[in-house]
Design a protein around this ligand. Structure first.
Ligand code: SF4
Length: 358
């Protein structure tokens, strides 16, 4: 079984260097091969908010590979539908890291794509991810308002053009995420679990968990992350699906974990609060894009309205007449609709407040 290297602390740069050295990952780079670093830059949010990969992880990776003679290193990412990658890149401090090391950053929203055959049919994947000699997946272990958790497998969704990201939601997310993971099958994953938000991918409520871990099997690392978060396989089914599609193995045991140090406090891993589930109790979600759903969650959280409302959101409601409040242009058939694609959280909040007092 593949080994998982784990380290505790808060200094992302130093922890990354130590993990990469302990696992001797230079052996994974093909001769004269390139290295493409794929962080989680889903939105324009700081790593301290629990949303994005710490810039120190990038710096540590760049330093390690450069010191081992790799000259072709790049950072690749495409934020979610509705956000600009370059804005997110600056917000997370990656501009300074790329400048310091003279490493290019490529916005995958502008990349060429190639169709790749997968277990669920053809998926268009960005070429920079496909062409990398070594694709290094650098996710944050955190909660997700639709898939409960996100880590190594789901982070790969940033390697898709926006229209394919939307299609993933129309296909129900679980199978496409698994198929993409099996198609890209990154051979090196470094998980940033220093302070991920365990409820919401956009961050805002970071939980200090002070650890990072590294492995070579995205499926195994997701299965491990899921157990850290105290979740059941039924709550995050795409991990077993990815195993079925040939993406890796869900198996891990405590003997597979190589600890490079000890935690300063032995408290167990904190569990998600279930905030999103309670806020969205009245929401009828049908193939909603992440950015759309997240905007609604943010608005519900900010206003604490909408509990007596029937709220509809998602591509699956297109062309349907709906009683209640629709979110996004897909739900324009609702009695009232907050238009946009995706609408902003502020626009949704305004309508929720007005309905409360209306
Ligand atoms: S309105 Fe929302 S769910 Fe519909 S396509 Fe736009 S972002 Fe996706």
């Amino acid at each position: 079984m593949a080994k998982i290297y784990q380290i505790y602390g808060q200094d992302a740069h130093e922890m990354t260097l130590k993990l990469l050295a302990a696992a001797d990952v230079i052996r994974l780079v093909p001769p004269d091969g390139s290295v493409a670093l794929k962080p989680n830059l889903v939105i324009a949010g700081t790593p301290e908010s629990g949303a994005t990969t710490h810039a120190g992880v990038l710096g540590g990776c760049i330093e390690y590979f450069r010191d081992h003679g790799v000259s072709d290193i790049s950072v690749i990412e495409g934020s979610w539908v509705g956000d600009e990658t370059m804005r997110a890149m600056c917000r997370a401090g990656y501009d300074k890291v790329c400048q310091k090391y003279g490493v290019p950053f490529f916005d995958l929203k502008k990349d060429k794509v190639r169709p790749v055959k997968t277990a669920i049919g053809s998926i268009d994947i960005c070429e920079r991810a496909l062409n990398a000699g070594l694709l290094v997946d650098l996710p944050v272990l955190k909660g997700h308002c639709q898939t409960v958790m996100t880590c190594a497998l789901k982070n790969l969704k940033g390697c898709l053009p926006d229209r394919e990201k939307r299609r993933f939601h129309a296909l129900g997310l679980q199978k496409p995420i698994a198929a993409l993971g099996a198609a890209l099958k990154p051979r090196l994953i470094v998980v940033d679990s220093i302070c991920g938000d365990l409820d919401f991918e956009e961050g805002g409520t970071p939980v200090q968990t002070n650890r990072m871990y590294l492995g070579t099997d995205a499926v195994q690392l997701d299965a491990y992350g899921r157990s850290l978060m105290g979740l059941n396989p039924e709550e995050v089914p795409y991990i077993e699906l990815a195993e079925r599609f040939g993406g890796g193995s869900t198996r891990w045991s405590p003997e597979d974990i190589i600890e490079l140090n000890k935690p300063s406090d032995a408290a167990s891993y904190p569990k998600p609060h279930g905030t999103v589930a309670s806020l969205t109790r009245n929401v009828h979600e049908n193939q909603a894009c992440s950015a759309c759903f997240a905007a609604l969650v943010r608005a519900l959280h900010a206003t604490r309205c909408g509990q007596g409302e029937e709220i509809y959101i998602g591509q699956g409601w297109q062309g349907k007449q709906l009683e209640g409040l629709g979110i996004g242009k897909c739900c324009r058939g609702a009695a009232q609709c907050v238009m946009g694609c995706p609408p902003t959280a502020e626009a949704i909040a305004k309508v929720l407040e007005a309905r409360r007092w209306g």
